[in-house]
Design a protein around this ligand. Structure first.
Ligand code: AMP
Length: 279
């Protein structure tokens, strides 16, 4: 496994391998099996897999969140080596941004709801870091998890706006045995909290199973009321939206692709999850 810290050394290597298809998996490290499933998807599709580990400061709207973000590069490199990842790109903030001019992106309604509404500036930070990575790597394919469903939609919109040749592949959510969506942030939960957090997926699954028995509004109330039974959780949002436009639905008949989305705070750990109700 090759590890590059500079843009120039990575680009030189990629030029030497210009005949190969490149799969790119961007991560912020603290890797878990969800990340490794993206590497696996890339390895199945591409000749060469590049994984980046970069905690992107520009996508954090809260300083405290950036400071507390889990980092464990040594273990990450061990996992990537075991996974037989070909290339790891480990840039510093300066290496990424010293030669880069930030842009203001506009994703319209897609960027104004849910994560966009609750984390102002977040998607602009995501779009800039992805644009910068694509400019450096020019991947054939790039792999993103459906765990960050809205991010995946934004990246697809970004590629359209930039007229980029990179094809975006969405990959399914990997979950703990309890159903909790795997996340680097789970590391900051105690064992008991991790166990209790399974309720998020339980409620989402119950809604998927039983949605036809009630209205959209009733399902929202069901989620909020059941989560509120434990004072450990603070609900940031629960929305039922169209899976393409991400605009909220007030009636099941408004869409034939319906997804439930939530962000829940457990102490100061922010957990997001989603489930496709029907498609
Ligand atoms: P992050 O390191 O959190 O920025 O995530 C890097 C990539 O891994 C993103 O495309 C995420 O959507 C994806 N990812 C994170 N958690 C999971 C998961 N549980 N299952 C699948 N993909 C995931």
């Amino acid at each position: 496994m090759l590890i590059f810290e500079s843009v120039s050394s990575l680009q030189q290597y990629l030029q030497e391998n210009a005949n190969k298809s490149i799969g790119f998996v961007p991560t912020m490290g603290a890797l878990h099996n969800g990340h490794l499933s993206l590497i696996d998807a890339s390895q199945k599709k591409c000749d060469l897999t590049v994984c980046s580990i970069f905690v992107n400061p520009t996508q954090f709207n809260k300083k405290e969140d950036l400071e507390k973000y889990p980092r464990n590069v040594e273990q990450d490199l061990r996992l990537l080596e075991q996974q037989r990842c070909d290339v790891v790109f480990l840039p510093t903030v300066e290496e990424m941004y010293d030669d880069y001019t930030f842009k203001e992106f506009d994703f319209g309604a897609l960027g104004n709801v849910m994560e966009g509404e609750h984390r102002p500036g977040h998607f602009n930070g995501v779009a800039n870091v992805i644009q910068r990575f694509f400019e450096i790597i020019n991947p054939t394919y790039a792999f993103f998890g459906e765990k960050d469903f809205q991010q995946l939609a934004i990246v697809k919109a970004l590629v359209n706006q930039l007229d980029s040749p990179t094809k975006i592949i969405g990959c399914p959510i990997l979950r703990e045995k309890t159903g909790l969506a795997m996340s680097s942030r789970n590391e900051r939960l105690s064992k008991e909290e991790r166990d209790e957090a399974k309720i998020i997926f339980e409620l989402l699954s119950n809604i998927k199973l039983n949605y036809s028995r009630g209205s959209v509004e009733e399902m929202k109330t069901y989620f909020a009321n059941n989560l509120a039974k434990s004072n450990k959780f603070q609900l940031e949002y629960f929305d039922i939206a169209d899976g393409n436009t991400l605009q909220p639905l007030s009636d099941w008949s408004q869409s034939d692709y319906c997804v439930a989305f939530t962000a829940v705070n457990m102490g100061n750990v922010r957990l997001i999850d989603n489930i496709t109700i029907f498609n």
